[in-house]
Every structure is written in C-alpha cells, then in structure tokens.
Design a protein around this ligand. Structure first.
Ligand SMILES: Cc1cc2nc3c(=O)[nH]c(=O)nc-3n(C[C@H](O)[C@H](O)[C@H](O)COP(=O)(O)OP(=O)(O)OC[C@H]3O[C@@H](n4cnc5c(N)ncnc54)[C@H](O)[C@@H]3O)c2cc1C
Length: 441
C-alpha cells in the first residue's frame, strides 16, 4: 500500500532544519469552536502566506494545521528559492496564451523578491542568502535547453547567464556537468525557519493559527462553510485549502488530483575546512537538469546537503538514501566516503503536466496544490493570490494562474506502481544521458 502523506510519520526527527531553526512561537492547540471570515486548512507556505496577506489587510483569518506550521513539505525541503516553474517561459505562453502566460511568468519571476522581501519585512531569521542558483546540465541535449532558457529569460529582462564547463566546475566543485546557467535572482533559506517566521508574522498582524487542528470534513452551512475537527467546529465564509501533497480525505477526490511522491534529503557530518571549500565555494546553491533532479548546498557549518535523486510512493526506506548518497561519490569524489548526520523525507505533489493546480471547488472554497519541487516561491505567491480572492479583491479567474478543471486522475489507484515505475525509468534515462555526456568529454 502506498504511504498516506498526512499520516506519515509524525514529528520531524532526523531533519536538519528542525535541529537548526529557531523554535516556533507559542501557538495554541485547537480546542474550541470558532467563527471567522476565512478559514485556511494547512500551515505550510501556501496557508501561511494566505493567512499573512489576509491579516495584513485586517481581515479575520484562522489558519488550522493538523500538526504545526512547517510540518509538511515546507519544513522538509531543500531550501532552494527558485524563480521558475518546471516549464520554460515559451511553454507557459503556449499553454496559457500570450496574455495569461506572460502574466504568470512575470509573477513567478518575482517569486524570490516576494520571499526575500517577506523575510526582510518581518525580520525572519532563516539563514537567507540571495547568492544565486546554478542549474547544471547533465547532458549535451540539456545544455542546449539551458542555453535556450537563458536566451528566453534574458530576452525578458532577467539576469541569467551561462557558465562554461570550466566555470561550472570552478563554481560548483564538480566536473560532472557539461555546463550550467546561473540565476542571481534565486538563493537559499532554512525552509522550516521561513515557515515558522511566516507563522509569527501572521500572529503579529492579527491573524490566528491553531496547531493539532485536523480538519475532518468541510460542509455547507447556510451561505458559508462548516469545518469539523476532532475537538470542535469552525464556521467560515470562505475556505482556503492549502494541504498540497499532505491532502487527506476531508474534500472528496482532492487527494486524487495528483500523485504524492516521497523524496529524500541527506546532510553530512561537518567536513574539514579544505573539503568544505571544495564545494560551492561562493555560496550558491545548485540543482541540475536530470529528471530526478539532485539539489546540492553547503551549509555554513560545513555540512554537505543533497536532496532528491530518487523517490517512492511507499514508506521511508534505506534504498532512497543509498541512491542519493551515491550522488556524493559521483559528483564530489574528492570528498571521499561521507558520514551522514541527518536524513529525512517529504512528499511532493506531482501533477502529470508539471503545472500546479488552482481549483475553485465550490463557491467560497479554493485550493492550490501540485508544486512538485518548486514550492517556496510558488506557494508563497499562490497563498498571496488566494488572499486576494478571499478578500474579495479578485475573482478566481483573475488570479495569476488560470483555474483548472477539478477531476481525479483515473490512474490514481495505481500511484504506487506508477511512481516506482517512473523513478526506475527516469533513473535509467538519466544514467544513459550521463554516460553519453561522459563519453563525449
Ligand atoms: C523533499 C522535498 C524537497 C523540496 N525542495 C524544494 C526546494 O528546494 N525549493 C522549492 O521551491 N520547493 C521545494 N520543494 C517543494 C516545497 O517544499 C512544497 O511545494 C511546499 O512546501 C508546499 O507548501 P504547502 O504550504 O502548499 O504545503 P505543505 O508545506 O506540505 O503544508 C501542508 C500542511 O497541511 C497540513 N494538513 C494536511 N491535512 C490537513 C488537515 N486535514 N487539516 C489540517 N491541516 C492539514 C499538514 O500538516 C501540513 O503542515 C520540496 C519538497 C520536498 C518534499
């Protein structure tokens, strides 16, 4: 049986972010019924950004989390702040049309400004550094794609540039890649500390958050909505659903609109001074063009952090980490055999076309999900967009991304086999491309 993300596993044990982020401000557990203008289900970036942007407007908002702020993917990711969806600008325009597509590209391009701007405005201590993000090409074909990406973004005024193979090697510490591009708009954060900082900001701005607030159902009541929790109910005029990959059964069919995929993160023991300077010495973070993307960053305490590189819809298991650890030997053989101090997994919500989904599920109920591995900026953006909708400033069709038609994936019951099969298939494809690239050097 595939794992159920929301039931999997409670707590943040083994998570480097939980060991290093400042503690969450005191937030009460949900223990009494309430009535609000907008109820938000889920306190990751989507829900917290929605809550914050509503609270900033002086609107009444209550954010409910079954666990606590940042417990989901927002506290488990790689911390790469990326100004992009999974698609290139020309593909976005082809999909959504010139006008809506270019608006979406503009908004997504502004994602790092929004994230780093909130961090600055609310004094969020999350080791934020806007040091740029390197995307490295694992094959000659992907190098051509990167060149095209850079041309397109530069044509739209974004400051991306290509790095030759030698430059990429000098900047990253690995000679594995055929070349790379660098986007100075991006950077790195401690993602859990960012989520906790957003939670503090929501409360400071007059919004409310409750932990241990597992919403079991959402039903109509009069002109509004009634949320039923284990220890009471919440009445709201509008409901924002922000549960992404951790969506359970409270809204029929919602969890079947994407495939949940568990991916691993590994953080090494501190490296010696000369070894730590051998990886990403200028402080950038890096990801690559492989389908099973590998994210790399070096922490200030000298720990190497790898993420991605494998996945499953099933339980947490050693093989996920073995496959990822192999990447340290492939990318950075000069580091020798590493010992790993932290390891954990988190669920991404995978949509078949790799675009997020914005749903108006019923009058007064909206949801965004499906960010795959690009949620720090996009979830913060779409939380803000949903706040505009909940405040009555914009209709669902006036938000940055066109709404999607709601419907379960017909093959959802096969998600375990599909995710396993896709991981095997793309591992083979990535390896074949790597072999060709190595043979060409
Ligand atoms: C391993 C990993 C690495 C990633 N790396 C990156 C990266 O480097 N850069 C990047 O941009 N993105 C990355 N992502 C993606 C990014 O983390 C997510 O897209 C983003 O955090 C989603 O935020 P969210 O608020 O929508 O959902 P989440 O943060 O998952 O929050 C959902 C919340 O909903 C709550 N919830 C669920 N059901 C209920 C219920 N019934 N009642 C109440 N609460 C409920 C959960 O407790 C949870 O706290 C990564 C994701 C993973 C898993």
């Amino acid at each position: 049986m595939p794992a159920q993300p929301i039931a999997d596993p409670p707590g943040m044990s083994g998570n480097y972010w939980a060991a290093t982020a400042a503690p969450l401000v005191p937030i009460p557990e949900f223990d009494a019924s309430a009535k609000v203008e907008t109820a938000v289900i889920g306190a990751g970036y989507t829900g917290l950004s929605a809550g914050l942007h509503l609270a900033e407007r002086g609107r009444s908002v209550l954010v409910l989390d079954a666990n606590e702020p940042g417990w989901g993917a927002s506290g488990r990711n790689n911390g790469q702040v990326v100004a992009a969806l999974k698609h290139e600008p020309h593909e976005i325009e082809a999909r959504f049309g010139k006008e809506r597509g270019s608006e979406l590209i503009r908004v997504v391009g502004g994602g790092p400004d929004l994230v780093f701007g909130l961090i600055e405005r609310y004094g969020i201590a999350c080791d934020a550094r806007r040091s740029g993000i390197i995307t490295a090409a694992h094959s000659t074909a992907s190098l051509s794609d990167l060149k095209r990406r850079v041309e397109i973004w530069v044509g739209r005024g974004a400051p991306l540039r290509m790095l030759s193979r030698a430059e990429a090697e000098a900047k990253s510490g690995t000679g594995f890649y055929a070349g790379a591009c660098i986007d100075p708009r991006g950077g790195a954060i401690n993602p859990l500390a960012y989520a906790r900082g957003l939670a503090r900001a929501v409360i400071e701005q007059g919004g409310a958050i409750r932990t241990k607030a597992h919403v079991r159902s959402v039903a109509r009541k009069g002109g509004g909505w009634l949320l039923t929790l284990d220890r009471g109910t919440v009445e709201a005029e509008r409901v924002i659903i922000a549960t992404n990959a951790y969506t359970g059964d409270f809204w029929p069919g919602l969890k079947k609109t994407f495939l949940p995929a568990r991916t691993p993160q590994l953080v090494s023991a501190p490296l010696s001074d000369n070894l730590r300077r051998a990886v990403l010495p200028d402080g950038e973070i890096m990801s690559d063009t492989r389908y099973l993307t590998v994210g790399v960053r070096m922490h200030a305490d000298g720990r190497l952090h790898l993420g991605g590189g494998s996945g499953t819809a099933y339980g947490d298991r050693d093989a996920l980490y073995r496959q990822l650890a192999e990447q340290s030997r492939i990318l950075f053989p000069q580091l020798g055999e590493l010992s790993w101090g932290y390891r954990w997994t988190g669920f991404m919500a995978m949509t078949p076309d790799r675009y997020p989904r914005l749903f108006e599920l019923a009058p007064g109920v909206a949801c965004v999900l499906g960010y795959r591995g690009r949620g720090i900026c996009t979830a913060t953006i779409f939380g803000r967009e949903l706040a505009r909708w909940a405040a009555g400033e914009a209709g669902i069709d006036e938000l940055a991304m066109p709404a999607s038609r709601f419907g379960a994936l017909p093959y959802y019951p096969l998600r375990g086999l599909l995710v396993e099969g896709a991981v095997k298939y793309y591992t083979m494809r990535d390896r074949a491309a790597q072999r060709r690239a190595l043979a060409a050097t």
